[in-house]
Design a protein around this ligand. Structure first.
Ligand code: PEP
Ligand code: MG
Length: 927
């Protein structure tokens, strides 16, 4: 049935709504203030706060984020938004004594986005709005003609692109064509007449692609621009940025409409950006750049080279002093380093933006220390001024940008921080070859994307650059583990592996050309820059950690398998080893043949013989690790992975068997080398060896090896393996204890799901310990515990704790088994899941507190019901991720354990978590 009445909810809303959608600022007062970032966005809140502080801010109004959310829900804003916007525009026109796009002195405005968290360059902006065929003439009369026409053509271009979705290239083609036609090089060389012609051609471009005329009505321009900015919240760039920066999709952006001020009115006008301290190094200096007679985009676009901000003092000393004075006041007011934008119009300074500036980890630490010294913030607040992940900056090389020419070729994702400088290679084999020829060669491996087959090249390369792939791409994940710099997904880099070249915006780079990568910002830079060494001993870092660490109540350990990593971990402040994966010890040159012999053995006698050979090798490794961790606990896990991981692939064996009879002598010789660990001595051995090897591989083959014959299941089916490992551990422990080293071994059984499994393995470990102590006539204290990495283990944790003296959460496997996601293949699913909003973050990187976290909590409670002093930690990847560390702290764990390179991060995250609770407030994070 047709009805003319509005649905009830709608009626109610129109009658009762009191939502304030539009906030005015100007003439020394603003409706909003600096605390209203949720509502006004960062930019809007900053403009309101500066206006209230009496600073020179061009007046305007902010349309709040709720209007954007409404637009996203309904595809349009409500009439109320329109009405409030019109009222604010009316007020602005009265204040300025101008009319939008009308009269002899038309009002022109900028329309800019501004979300709660800054998303630099991700959303859209329109300048010079209000210009049309008439107002441009009025402007031409009041200011210079060239300036007026240039402003108008910029508006059509920006409006055409942002609002009407016309490709930028369409306009660029016209503009470049005009320059060619007039035989000029620089944009500024086009005169008014030429610009008028450009305007006419731009209008044709609009008509052709948007099937409508460029709107001459300034109010219509404003409405369309506002809605386009709202839409830009959901453009691909913005969505991507939010995903990698963990910003909610639901926030929406505000829109700031502000009277235009012009930095391009002549030589007494200009525009610039700056920071109150150096954002790269933290040095207390006025830092930034500007251009006279320019608009904002000229400063950042690279067309003209901006000038260092201190030069402004020479050109306009009064304006410079006023700017210094204002920005110093802003810093004091916000008690944080400010990132500001300004414009000078006819010698008068206007502030366009201020916000807490983004900075490197190095700068974050330094600025925090300085601000405590200056009495601006307390030590407690300082602890929160550094994001835990930023501390990584101290552990990796950095680019030394001082005095160097920086030509940024492209920007990709900051996939793995640090810097790398090297000569380009396009395949992993080329990388290995080049470094093999010259050990000192520095190479950067450039790929479309990397795959596990590239690993050998990644190992020798200084850094990795890929043109495709995201933050969890193979390149990103692997390099982070290696502590190696990586820029991923740099879309402007066109890689042609066959031709051994890459093209970036028209420039061609060949194998051997030098580039520099900044994995902290994602920049790809032309040429060979200098680098600065990592500085984990930096005295300022130590001082900062000296403030943070006392708050920390949980320990931070490292996952380390070999003595070298253990020593490194100690240097970063690790308080023990939370996971020593003994299988990693078997990959060494000497050990792998014995390991393979052990696996190939099809009876206990042969297996024991091979294990006997492994024993002294493993004992030596343990001795090294125990020595490095003198006085700190070392958790050693018994063998975990399925045995076939140590054997050749089934498919490879099948191919070799099938082709053996046709193989040349040379190929056979190569095969003998390949299979020498399995007993091949001469080509004649292959015929018998390969099929028997295949038979064993077939025996061990599993459809789901991750759910298969691994973890404690290995030690239960082959108890002699656990026996050998326990013996190696205790013999090593006794040996170092005799030398006066304080050794605290903790033997950890992987992948248990029942009490009986735990009891079975604990019995072996305890029996061997007793034997060794009796033989060596010396005892050491030790614990036997388990990993909790299966949902069943979490559920029966009270039972398992009867035997286990400690728990360590293996959240890699626990995430895999709780979600049923394969940890090795999840990247096929994850991007879509995140894109669709099905999950917010990669659960293998950030602990899924709602699901996996609940099992962790439950197991902790149940385990401690049985054994109140049960020691509990975590050793999955999450042990070094700040929000997961906070969760572990709140769950009552005794320690977290992570890779050595994340120890500092985990220490700060744990300190911040405890300080937040102790102080009852968050000291004010910079985000
Ligand atoms: C885990 O599963 O979280 C764990 C630490 O063990 P691994 O990664 O070796 O399986
Ligand atoms: Mg595991």
């Amino acid at each position: 049935m047709a009805t003319t009445t509005l649905p009830e909810a709608e009626v109610l809303e129109t009658k009762t709504t009191t939502t304030k959608y539009v906030y005015f600022f100007g003439d020394g007062k603003a409706d909003g203030n600096g605390k209203m970032k949720d509502v006004l966005g960062g930019k809007g809140a900053g403009l309101a706060e500066m206006t209230n502080a009496g600073l020179p801010v061009p007046p305007g109004f902010t349309i709040q984020t709720e209007a954007c959310r409404e637009y996203m829900r309904r595809g349009a804003v409500s009439r109320e938004v329109d009405a409030q916007m019109d009222a604010a525009l009316d007020k602005l026109e009265k204040l300025q004594g101008q009319k939008l796009g009308k009269g002899d002195n038309p009002l022109l405005v900028s329309v800019r986005s501004g979300a709660k968290f800054s998303m630099p360059g991700m959303m859209d902006t329109i300048l010079n709005l209000g210009l049309n065929d008439h107002s441009v003439e009025a402007l031409a009369k009041r200011a210079a003609a060239r300036f007026a026409y240039d402003s108008y053509r910029r508006l059509i271009q920006m409006f055409g692109n942002v609002v009407l979705d016309i490709e930028k290239a369409e306009f660029e083609e016209v503009f470049d064509g005009k320059k060619k036609q007039k035989k000029v090089k620089l944009d500024t060389e086009l005169d008014s007449k030429a610009l008028k012609e450009v305007i006419e051609e731009y209008k044709k471009v609009v008509k052709k692609h948007a099937k409508r005329d460029f709107p001459q009505d300034a109010h219509e321009q404003l409405v369309m621009a506002r809605d386009a900015v709202f839409r830009s919240w959901n453009n691909d760039r913005a969505k991507h940025y939010r995903r990698i920066n963990n910003i909610s999709d639901d926030l929406g952006t505000a829109v700031n409409v502000q009277a235009m001020v012009f930095g391009n009115l002549g030589e007494t006008s200009g525009t610039g950006v700056g920071f109150t301290r150096n954002p790269a190094t933290g040095t207390k200096e006025f830092y930034g750049e500007f251009l006279m007679n320019a608009q904002g985009e000229d400063v950042v676009s690279g067309v003209r080279t901006p000038v260092h901000i201190t030069e402004l003092e020479k050109i306009m000393p009064d304006v410079y002093n006023q700017l210094r004075d204002i920005t110093t006041r802003l810093e004091k007011h916000y008690k944080d380093m400010q990132d500001f934008e300004f414009t000078i119009q006819d010698g008068k300074l206007y502030m366009l933006q201020t916000r807490n500036g983004k900075r490197t980890g190095l700068a974050a630490v330094r600025v925090a220390l300085q601000m405590v010294d200056e009495g601006l913030i307390t030590k407690e607040e300082a602890i929160f001024r550094v994001e835990p992940n930023q501390l990584y900056d101290f552990l990796v090389p950095r680019l030394d940008e001082k005095g160097q020419k920086i030509e940024v070729l492209a920007k990709g994702l900051p996939a793995s921080p640090g810097a790398a400088v090297g000569q380009i290679v396009f395949t992993a084999d080329d990388a290995v070859e080049k470094v093999g020829r010259d050990r000192k060669a520095a190479v950067i491996l450039v790929r479309g994307e990397t795959t596990p087959e590239d690993i050998h090249g990644m190992e020798v390369a200084k850094g990795i650059l890929t043109s495709r792939g995201g933050m969890t791409s193979h390149a990103a994940v692997v390099t982070r583990g290696m502590g190696k710099c990586c820029v991923a997904g740099a879309g402007d880099v066109d890689v042609n592996e066959k031709a051994r070249e890459m093209r970036v915006k028209g420039q061609v780079f060949k194998e051997g050309d030098w580039i520099s990568l900044d994995g902290t910002t994602g920049r790809v830079i032309k040429g060979k820059l200098n680098t600065l060494d990592p500085s984990p001993d930096d005295p300022e870092l130590q001082k900062f950690m000296g403030w943070a660490d006392p708050y920390r109540t949980i320990k931070v350990r490292a996952n380390a398998d070999i003595p070298r990593d253990a020593i490194q971990a100690r240097a970063f402040g690790a308080e023990g080893i939370g996971l020593c994966r003994t299988e990693h010890m078997f990959f060494g040159e000497q050990k792998i043949p014995n390991m393979r012999a052990m696996i190939l053995a099809d009876n206990e006698k042969d297996r024991r013989a091979a294990l006997k050979k492994l024993l002294p090798l493993q004992r030596n490794d343990f001795i090294g690790v125990f020595r490095a961790m003198d006085g700190f606990p070392v958790t050693i896990r018994t063998l975990d992975p399925p045995l076939h991981e140590f054997l050749p692939s089934r498919e490879e064996l099948m191919v070799n068997i099938a082709t053996l009879s046709q193989m040349s002598a040379k190929d056979k010789k190569e095969l003998v080398t390949k299979y020498k660990d399995y007993g091949a001595k001469a080509a004649g051995d292959l015929k018998k060896l390969l099929p028997s090897l295949l038979a064993r591989v077939e025996q061990l083959h599993e459809f789901n090896p991750m759910l298969g014959h691994r973890g404690c299941r290995l030690g239960i089916t082959y108890p002699e393996i656990t026996e050998m490992q326990a013996r190696a551990i205790f013999e090593a422990a006794v040996a170092v204890a005799k030398d006066g080293v304080k050794v605290i071994p903790e033997v950890m059984i992987p992948l248990t799901a029942t009490l009986k499994e735990m009891a079975n393995q604990a019995e072996i470990v305890n029996r061997v310990a007793k034997e060794v102590f009796a033989e060596k006539e010396r005892t050491v204290d030790y614990l036997v515990g388990t990993m909790i990495e299966l949902p069943r283990a979490a559920l029966v944790a009270d039972e398992i704790a009867k035997e286990a003296q400690f728990f360590s959460f293996g959240t890699n496997d626990l995430t895999q088994t709780t979600w049923g996601f394969s940890r090795d293949d999840v990247n096929k699913i994850l991007p879509t899941y995140i894109e669709e909003g099905i999950i917010k973050q990669d659960p293998f990187a950030v602990l899924d507190q709602d699901g996996v976290g609940q099992l962790v909590k439950l197991a902790t409670e149940r385990g401690r019901k049985t054994r109140s002093n049960l020691k509990i930690g975590i050793c999955g990847e999450h042990g070094g991720e700040p929000s997961s560390v906070e969760f572990c702290y709140k769950t009552g764990m005794n320690y977290v354990s992570c890779s050595p390179f994340r120890v500092l991060t985990a220490r700060l995250a744990a300190a911040q978590a405890a300080a937040t609770e102790k102080l009852g407030v968050e000291g004010g994070r910079t985000k």
